[in-house]
Design a protein around this ligand. Structure first.
Ligand SMILES: [Zn+2]
Length: 174
């Protein structure tokens, strides 16, 4: 079963489901209700001049943290670095949704977003896209500041877990 089918089944299965207990709450801090939304995620990313500006703090290396070869830019870090490409390839394989990685983030988002007409699937895919960017950025910061030394597989696992959690929270709040 592909990731897309799993997402669709999950959303369908959880429709109308309400948690009975308050423990283990997973909150999205950018929203008052604590629920993930693409709007708040995008606003936050725009807030840090993403994706057209340089979101990286000034005191970081000029060379890409992941590959140590190319200049570090948002486009390289999130799309074209070997790590990023590996992550997107695995995500595309998981979701059974393939396209060539384009030259910039905006086109990538368009390619990702326009593949399905079903609203629920699109919402799930948007959430996964933002989560992927978020986790890549976090991995890069962890490598700089915490000597994290993981790779594509660890990043992909975290994306899946985070997407799953956000999706549960979101479904629960409807
Ligand atoms: Zn790189």
């Amino acid at each position: 079963m592909s990731g897309l089918q799993i997402i669709f089944q999950c959303v369908h299965f959880l429709d109308g489901f309400v948690w009975a207990q308050e423990e283990d709450v997973w909150k999205w801090r950018l929203e008052d209700r604590g629920v993930f939304s693409v709007k708040s995620s995008y606003a936050k990313l725009e807030d840090i001049n993403f994706p057209f500006g340089n979101i990286l703090p000034p005191d970081v290396p000029i060379v890409c943290t992941f590959c140590d070869r190319m200049p570090e830019s948002s486009t390289h870090l999130f799309l074209h670095c070997d790590i990023a490409q590996g992550v997107w390839l695995k995500m595309m394989g998981w979701l059974d949704c393939y396209f060539l990685i384009p030259t910039n983030m905006f086109v990538h988002w368009k390619c990702w977003d326009e593949r399905y007409r079903n609203d629920r699937i699109r919402k799930g895919l948007r959430l996964i896209w933002h989560t992927t960017i978020w986790v890549l950025r976090k991995a890069r910061n962890n490598k700089i500041f915490n000597n994290w030394n993981g790779g594509v597989d660890e990043i992909v696992e975290e994306i899946k877990i985070m997407s799953w959690r956000w999706m549960l929270e979101r479904t629960n709040s409807l």
